[in-house]
Design a protein around this ligand. Structure first.
Ligand SMILES: C[C@](O)(C(=O)O)[C@H](CC(=O)O)C(=O)O
Ligand SMILES: [Mg+2]
Length: 294
């Protein structure tokens, strides 16, 4: 096993090799297989995604560390790509945060992001967010850094401060997190390319842009973001939103028409489904096994 790189080391390498690195949200193991197959280099497990998809809950800090770890294990069990995970506010104080680092590392995550919202958190693109003090956020980052069991586990500090406190304060926080040992900064709910530029000018560590749909941030292209020094671009729920709309259409159509003929063309075929699963290689093994027994 000596040559096997840890997930964290793979993520660090992917950031070095891709300018910027695109991270796509994969709501489950199967979508992770598809993202890997089409050529993505890094995956993301969204906190909103775990809450919405796995539990039918809103993204308001109601899911536990174990809930998230279960989804991490399912995804990392199916793919080789590094997975960045949303740790929300870290589930409590320094001990809870340390436990999150350890458990997520054991579950196969490459790293996490921890944010400066209060425990009663909201989606970063919603109004009326509340944030903790700069000192408390720095403590969250220090607790994360100190708890590493794999030196390459990637610790990203997310600041939600822009909405309430403005650009200067958000950058001050980002700098304090960098000084506390954060490997990267997640600049949340940024409005303009100029603001990203201000973050990247101020910081030495990589900066992530969250390009989530129907939020505060325009859907900037990766080239525009690279142009202002952004190192990582996140698409946390893009595929999930598309899947949801497709599923709704199918449910409605079956109800309205009494069969699914009108929507079959919108479906992945059985052959396509099996292709991403390498289904036939399994079946061949099974056939070979039974053949030898005859
Ligand atoms: C990135 C995020 O934290 C997530 O949980 O995926 C969300 C995404 C969203 O709600 O669009 C966030 O930006 O808060
Ligand atoms: Mg989240």
């Amino acid at each position: 096993m000596a040559n096997v790189k840890s997930a964290g080391a793979l993520l660090r390498q992917a950031i070095k090799d891709n300018h910027p690195l695109q991270l796509v949200g994969t709501i489950n193991a199967y979508t992770a297989l598809m993202a890997e197959r089409v050529g993505h280099k890094a995956l993301y497990l969204s906190g909103a995604g775990v809450a919405n998809a796995s539990f039918g809950l809103p993204d308001l800090g109601m899911t536990s560390l174990n809930d998230v770890c279960e989804d991490i294990r399912r995804i990392t069990g199916a793919t080789e790509l590094p997975l960045l995970v949303d740790a929300d506010t870290g589930w409590g104080g320094a001990f809870n945060i340390a436990r999150a680092v350890k458990e997520m590392t054991n579950a196969g995550a490459a790293g996490f992001h921890i944010e400066d919202q209060v425990a009663q958190k909201r989606c970063g693109h919603r109004p009326n967010k509340e944030i903790v003090s700069l000192e408390e956020m720095v403590d969250r980052v220090k607790a994360s850094v100190d708890a590493r069991t794999d030196e390459n586990f990637f610790i990203m500090a997310r600041t939600d401060a822009l909405q309430q406190q403005g650009l200067e304060a958000a950058i001050e926080r980002a700098l304090a997190c960098e000084a506390a040992g954060a490997d990267a900064i997640f600049a949340e709910a940024v409005y303009t390319l100029e603001q990203y530029q201000a973050f990247t000018n101020a910081l030495k560590v990589p900066v992530l842009a969250n390009i989530t749909e129907f939020g505060q941030t325009p859907l900037f292209n990766k080239a525009e973001l690279a142009g202002v020094g952004v190192d990582m671009v996140l698409y946390p729920l893009s595929a999930f939103r598309a899947m949801n709309k497709a599923a709704l259409n199918v449910y409605e159509s079956i109800l309205a028409n009494g069969d699914q003929k009108a929507v079959v063309d919108s479906m992945q075929t059985r052959a396509e489904l099996y292709d991403f699963l390498n289904y036939h290689s399994y079946e061949q093994k099974l056939d070979a096994l039974f053949a030898t027994k005859k």
